[in-house]
Design a binder for this molecule. Structure first.
Ligand code: FES
Ligand code: FE
Length: 437
């Protein structure tokens, strides 16, 4: 049995050892065994609109250049000069065909080729001119670009397993393709990165931790009949991925109310989607979903706004978070304004919900100082239920079983629950809208 996870199906009981959240050696092993053997989110294709656009960011601690080359292909380069290591590109974003190293002036084109070396003759004619290094694999699905440092990893569609369908539900929310808006929320939390993974699809905490936000929404909208919130599900999507999904129209109840004009526009959009994809798919679409793609990508789609969240461990008790907003480019200024308002007031680091989560996570981390006296956290909720809801913890257990497998080699079988049915299984019907990836 692993030292990190107790998975007792008889009792039933699922526990995680708090050592996983505090030990430096655990983070070092996570870098080797998890981040070096997963597909990791780099960015969205629409962040690179034109040929020669680039952005720099960190993926699994490595500085990378996320770029569109002159021919229009998306590339990812390691942001380190092959000469003696200086960071090649030091701008957060820009547009250019060449990158020149500030240290000794070597110059590379955006296809990775070394094109100019000062005082070239000193190297002699046989010198093997090194190009830029790239990660072992780069691929994309519905605009989401991933890399892997593992040359032997399964292909991206296989890795994503049933999570693909949930990315489709998000990507289908514009008939002309969703796009990432310029700008991002960047913030840090003094807590272990896995606590935010758990929190990102934890339905159970919403009414207690976010009481103030919910009061604001209720004050703006009038009372919401709890029955209108409908049903929800937690789903194991395979390979450590998981989701909590709301029933039809649940997503439309979040956020501040739309203006009457914006409501008409939104209903018109949904009617067009019904024509394009069929009712079953659009009923699912309006439910909203919190999706985690193992290990550190979160997509939260509450219909009133969609965020892409990337969670990066820095030390065992400190993480950095980046959140982008994914929008339909073909909506009116009015709908866009209300979407941006939700991005700020709900998800913003200074908004009415994220500070609650940050506070909760930071108090967990502080209390883990007593991990010797209280070593285990409990994640058992819903283990014995035939039908698992968003307020249960199946999705987290799914994640932790994959984590445990990569860290220790112990493979724990998935849980048995009733198959997903009804609206939660509705499929897209229109063939002309099949994913392009
Ligand atoms: Fe880049 Fe020397 S380190 S040119
Ligand atoms: Fe929260």
């Amino acid at each position: 049995m692993s030292e990190y996870v107790i998975d007792d199906r008889e009792m039933p009981r699922f526990r995680v050892n708090r050592k996983a959240m505090i030990a430096p050696e655990v983070l070092a092993e996570e870098r080797d065994l998890i981040f070096d053997h997963s597909w990791l989110f780099v960015g969205h294709e629409t962040e690179l609109r034109k040929p020669n656009d680039f952005r720099t960011r960190r993926v699994a601690g490595r500085p990378v250049i996320f770029a569109r080359d002159s021919a229009g292909a998306v590339r990812v380069w390691i942001n380190s000069c092959p000469h003696r290591g200086a960071m090649l590109c030091r701008e957060p974003a820009g547009n250019g065909r060449f990158m020149t190293c500030m240290y000794h002036g070597w110059s590379f084109n955006n296809a990775g080729r070394l094109v100019s070396v000062p005082d070239d003759a000193s190297y002699g004619p046989g010198f093997d001119r090194p190009g830029l290094a790239s990660p072992a694999k780069v691929d994309s699905y519905r605009g989401f670009v991933f890399l892997s440092f593992d040359p032997d990893i399964v292909d991206l569609p296989t890795y994503l397993a049933d999570a693909k369908e949930y990315l489709d539900l998000v990507a289908d929310q514009s008939l002309s393709g969703m796009e990432v808006l310029p700008g991002a929320h960047e913030y840090s939390v003094k807590a272990n990165w896995k606590l935010l993974v758990e929190n990102s699809y934890d339905g159970y905490h919403a009414t207690s931790a976010h009481q103030r936000y919910l009061e604001m929404v209720l004050a703006a909208r009038g009372a919401i009949d709890p029955k209108a919130l409908g049903d929800s599900r937690g789903v194991d999507l395979g390979n450590g991925h998981g989701v909590v999904a709301g029933g039809p129209s649940t997503g439309l109840l979040f956020g501040r109310p739309l203006s009457p004009e914006a409501e008409v526009e939104r209903d018109g959009r949904l009617a067009r989607f019904r024509e394009a994809y069929g009712d079953a798919w659009v009923d699912r679409m309006t439910g909203g979903r919190n999706l985690v793609i193992f290990p550190n990508l979160v997509v939260i789609d509450l219909v009133m706004g969609v965020i892409i969240r990337k969670i990066d461990p820095v030390t065992p008790d400190y993480m950095e978070v980046t959140a982008w907003q994914l929008v339909p480019p073909d909506e009116s200024a009015d709908l866009r304004r209300q979407r941006l308002d939700n991005f700020l007031t709900f998800w913003g680091p200074g908004g009415l919900a994220t500070p609650d989560d940050v506070e909760a996570l930071e108090t967990c981390q502080k209390s883990f100082a007593s991990a010797r006296e209280l070593p285990w956290s409990d994640i058992s909720r819903g283990m014995n239920k035939p039908v698992v809801s968003a307020n249960d913890e199946l999705q987290m257990r799914t994640w932790w079983r994959r984590w445990n497998e990569l860290m220790t080699g112990e493979k724990l079988p998935p849980e048995n629950h009733d198959p997903i049915d009804g609206v939660f299984a509705g499929r897209r019907t229109a063939s002309q809208m099949e994913p392009t990836a």
